[in-house]
Design a protein around this ligand. Sequence first.
Ligand SMILES: O=C(O)CCC(=O)C(=O)O
Ligand SMILES: [Fe+2]
Length: 292
Amino acid sequence: MSKYNSPHFLGFTAQGDEKTNNEVDLREVFDFATGTPGKTKYIRGPTDRDYNVLVGQNQWPDPNVVGTDFQDTIMEYMSCMRDVYRGVLTLLESALGLPRNSLLELDSPSTQHRLKLVKYFPTRTSYGPTGSQGVGAHQDETGWLTFVNEVDKPGLQVHMRNGTEWLEVPIGKNGWGLNVGKAFERATCSLIHATLHRVQSPPANSTPRHSIVFFAGLPLEQSYTSLQAIFAQSKILMAMKHRDDNLSSTEYLQELGKLVVGEGADDTFGSSQLSMWQRSYNTKPRAANATG
Ligand SMILES: O=C(O)CCC(=O)C(=O)O
Ligand SMILES: [Fe+2]
């Protein structure tokens, strides 16, 4: 069940296995993904890129422990979240003045979405420098757009860009907090910033906090160049850029071109995802034909 046994980075991460900013995160996590129903083993095809290893079999907990409907429930939850995500893409298209379907088309059959079920343990002063780090301050490196559902209690906080304050996010039980991930920031040439956020552990001696976090993804083969070209069509983002830098449209497009050229080897969503997972596990994925 351990995520360390999965070449796709899917499965269980025990408390103590994850650190953020050099402090252990007081949480345990299950990672699941949408993907290849029926596929039991990833075998690298002749035209596959390295990142194709990200798509593979989920590791499911024992149905005798979690119930026989667990697997169907998780898959259905991801399917419902995909609908919510598609609604948000449509709203973004109209808010940014983008052509209809320009973002919606990014949700294709080859798009992989991921889900985390997370349990945050109460504060333990004997543990780490603060003893209250559910997950430390970070931006979603793997992320495009992230939907956070707080199942039973608050804890998610976001950092205001122009200050030092951490603000509690008032999500409530029946809603989602929406975080902008690094991939979105990169696609918009940093005109829309990735949210810096963290989770504070529940108070000592209280009950744990649970959250369900849906990481909406992109097709793994999607290039950042193509994403930047989509957002370059937004007159609203363009106006923000003009306001910030006083550039003409032509100059802005030239700037965009420089950024695109300067991006280096991580040229697709899949390759940036893979290198992030490898960095965070400080390991290379196992042999491409390993079972998940
Ligand atoms: O559990 C939460 O509320 C947020 C978790 C989170 O930020 C993450 O796993 O990236
Ligand atoms: Fe996050």
